[in-house]
Design a protein around this ligand. Structure first.
Ligand code: C5P
Length: 243
């Protein structure tokens, strides 16, 4: 008999805690305190470069699914090599820049599948960053992109989907459009998520976890409201309870 996951199970599996700490041991300590409360953690550049690739394996060993957010963007040969190493460390999900182009995206998808087969591990999923939210239309024009940011997001999301990439990273405000564009199975990963009780900080356009899921997000990246809390597990609980 198929059991329907309840709202709290969905929330537990959707939250990705961004462990943006410049110290591997501190990140592991937060992760240990979150064991059993969330399914996913995220390793971004700060932690990856501070602690080294082994942090991915250590977080996996604690039982987490690991999202490695290094936004790969290089010639296909380099990206292939990076994908193979991420598969080997046990990443469950990672990011590439869609602006790296079709050949780079295809190389990432194919190298990842081959490496998963070789290392006999489940094939990680890949999500594409379209336009960095730090770039506005003027900044895009300055680097030679004549499309508006919204047009460029759509074009790059379609390109990524055509190459077999599993979804996109986008703001909660773009989630509904990305869901409609990419279909029901795509991953739509949204940072900029804030529970009502948390401060927005440097996130300009925020949505609550419930709003982001309602808009079509499959995963919610939440960092400081959890990692900066006195009791990170209690903060997760409040989010899951819908506070
Ligand atoms: O602490 P906070 O919840 O703001 O963390 C959000 C995470 O999402 C950070 O790891 C940040 O790098 C990432 N992110 C973001 N905005 C984007 C893309 C990624 O905040 N546009």
């Amino acid at each position: 008999m198929k059991t329907v996951p309840d709202r709290k199970d969905i929330m537990r599996d959707s939250i990705i805690v961004a462990l943006d700490l410049p110290d591997g041991e501190a990140a592991l300590e937060v992760a240990r305190s979150l064991k059993g409360h969330v399914t996913w953690v995220k390793v971004g550049m700060t932690l990856f470069y501070a602690a080294g690739p082994g942090i991915v394996r250590e977080l996996r060993a604690l039982g987490f699914k690991v999202f490695v957010d290094l936004k790969l963007h290089d010639i296909p040969h380099q990206v292939e090599g990076a994908c193979r190493m991420l598969v080997r460390q046990g990443a469950d999900l990672f990011t590439v820049h869609a602006a790296g182009g079709r050949a780079m995206l295809e190389a990432a998808v194919s190298a990842t599948a081959k490496a998963a087969e070789k290392f006999r591990v489940p094939c990680p999923q890949i999500v594409a960053v379209t336009v960095l939210t730090s770039l506005d239309d003027a900044a895009l024009a300055e680097i030679g992109c004549e499309r508006t940011s919204a047009e460029q997001v759509r074009a790059l999301a379609m390109l990524a989907a055509e190459t077999g990439v599993d979804g996109v990273v986008c703001s909660p405000q773009e989630a509904a459009e990305m869901r409609a564009l990419l279909g029901p199975d795509a991953l739509v990963v949204t940072p900029g998520v804030r529970p009502v009780w948390a401060e927005a900080g440097d996130q300009a356009r925020v949505a609550t976890p419930a709003e982001a899921l309602e808009a079509g997000a499959s995963h919610l990246v939440i960092g400081r409201p959890i990692t900066g809390a006195k009791n990170p597990a209690a903060a997760v609980k409040r989010i899951i309870e819908g506070e």
